[in-house]
Design a binder for this molecule. Structure first.
Ligand SMILES: [Zn+2]
Ligand SMILES: [Zn+2]
Length: 192
């Protein structure tokens, strides 16, 4: 387990969702391709040693770095996640509400247009599908609403999960004190 090759950094995913599910907050890297997510779990994540899993959030202005890594029973297949993302309401909710632990699972993200959904599906504008006009580019019928076309996204959480109990929020000025965050920012920011 003391392999000297650095663990590769992986950022080929869409974003991160934060959801209450199974009584805990869930941290959910999102993929648009289900197969890619299940393969990644099968090949790499299932070998992670639960107590070694760490999540670091490094805030840089309006953005934050999501950084995640663990020791693996199969170090040759290991990888660490990172992604630079805009701060969001859900991120803030997780930051305030996680209480030191979370479930980690992968999610599959899909966008839906008006023709894909039932009448009561909710658009990103907050109004139902039936309140959008298919004769007007699927625009929202509420006069106060600026929505020009129905759009909603769905997230399906995959069942397999890991428990994470090592979660920290850092400022960029103190990343040097944290090995995982430092390795990530050094490899993906400072030495670029
Ligand atoms: Zn609307
Ligand atoms: Zn809408």
């Amino acid at each position: 387990m003391s392999s000297q090759t650095p663990v590769p950094w992986f950022d080929d995913f869409v974003g991160v969702a934060y959801r209450y599910y199974d009584l805990r907050m869930n941290v959910v890297p999102l993929f648009s391709d289900r197969k890619k997510a299940t393969n990644l779990w099968h090949d790499s994540i299932r070998w992670w040693l639960d107590h070694s899993i760490k999540i670091r959030f490094v805030e840089t202005g309006d953005d934050y770095w999501f950084i995640m890594g663990a020791d693996s029973q199969h170090p040759q297949d290991n990888l660490s996640f990172f992604k630079v993302l805009p701060k969001s309401e859900n991120y803030d909710r997780f930051k305030k509400g996680h209480q030191g632990e979370a479930y980690f699972r992968l999610g599959v993200y899909s966008e839906k247009t008006l023709k894909d959904v039932k009448k009561d599906a909710v658009c990103n504008c907050g109004h139902a599908a039936e309140d959008h006009d298919k004769n007007d580019n699927d625009a929202c019928l509420y006069e106060v609403c600026k929505c020009k076309t129905f759009n909603s996204f769905q997230v399906n959480l995959l069942k397999k999960k890991k428990t994470v109990t090592n979660i920290e929020f850092l400022d960029e000025s103190n990343v040097k004190d944290d090995a995982l965050a430092w390795n990530c920012m050094n490899a993906n920011k400072y030495s670029k």
